[in-house]
Design a binder for this molecule. Structure first.
Ligand SMILES: N[C@@H](CCC(=O)N[C@@H](CS)C(=O)NCC(=O)O)C(=O)O
Length: 283
């Protein structure tokens, strides 16, 4: 059995905040992830809330900035925050070192193009490899999982859930990239990782998946109105229109004056965790 190596562990709200490292078969690299194990896990397996982070992030940003542990401890939720890309000297990066592609910008896809295809396998990492490792190594009730994320990670949460509706009982997002096929961040990532055939991009676009018939019981999305990426990259109206056309239930909350930062996430993470807990059968 492959196992996690503990990088650090700290007592937090009666539970424990861990950082783990393990060797990933999918990315062919060591990977780090942060896991908060709530106090309830002493007695029983606990439901799991995944948080997928955005561009430039590691497992650390959410863990140290969102302030999610207090509510997760109260609700008995395990929080899993993976890294956003493979890393290491042998892993190719954006040729110009740009922040929006390559390291810190895996976009939760399985790359098909060289030189990315060997390591950039974040879709299979999150969909297959990591859940298996979590189930084997931690007191997690894998029959009760929810997923959320921010920006690129919001796109990741929505698309992974839409492709795997049986796995997730609760889905939400903070300022997600609504349609990577229709914004500069997404077009750059998908053309490089997947290639020029835009029909192959649809699996990685929440709006296209909904248009193609994918459905979830409901969705919660928060979006700050003072987010500097709102018009150019995130385009929540595209998700709103796709959901309305398809009859996909969506609660989209435009949060007045909030920007794209973790101050926005910290302000609404409690609402999201309570949304998840309710759907994961937490009393
Ligand atoms: N201002 C950033 C743009 C990237 C960005 O805003 N990243 C968001 C996710 S898309 C984030 O969470 N950044 C890390 C943080 O705020 O801790 C940069 O130019 O590096």
């Amino acid at each position: 059995m492959l196992s996690f190596e503990t990088v650090s562990q700290s007592r937090c709200f009666g539970g424990t905040q861990f950082v783990y490292r393990h060797v990933s078969r999918e990315t062919s690299t060591p990977m780090r992830l942060a896991v908060f194990v709530p106090p309830q896990a002493k007695d029983r397996k606990v439901p799991v809330a995944w948080f997928l982070s955005g561009l430039t992030c590691t497992e650390e940003n959410f863990t140290v900035k969102a302030g999610a542990q207090r509510v997760a401890s109260e609700l008995g939720l395990m929080l899993v925050a993976p890294d956003t890309s493979p890393r290491g000297k042998s892993v190719p990066d954006d040729p110009e070192g740009a922040y929006d592609f390559g390291l810190g910008a895996g976009f939760y896809v399985d790359a098909l193009q060289e030189p990315w295809a060997k390591n950039y396998r974040m879709r299979s990492y999150i969909e297959r490899e990591l859940p298996k490792l979590i189930a084997e190594n931690l007191p997690a009730d894998m029959s009760r999982q929810g997923i959320t994320g921010h920006s690129m990670g919001g796109h990741g949460a929505l698309t992974i859930a839409l492709r795997n509706p049986e796995r997730f009982k609760a889905v939400s997002a903070f300022a997600p990239i609504s349609s990577p096929m229709n914004c500069p961040w997404g077009e750059k990532a998908l053309s490089n990782y997947i290639g020029p055939d835009r029909s192959a991009w649809r699996d990685y676009d929440a709006c296209a998946l909904i248009e193609g018939g994918a459905r979830l019981p409901d969705l919660l999305v928060d979006q700050g109105t003072a987010d500097s990426f709102l018009e150019s990259q995130l385009k929540p109206q595209m998700l709103e229109e796709a959901c309305a056309r398809a009859g996909q239930p969506l609660t989209l909350r435009r949060q007045e004056g909030y920007d794209h930062s973790y101050f926005f996430i910290a302000s609404f993470i409690e609402d999201h965790l309570r949304w998840h807990a309710k759907r994961l059968g937490v009393a």
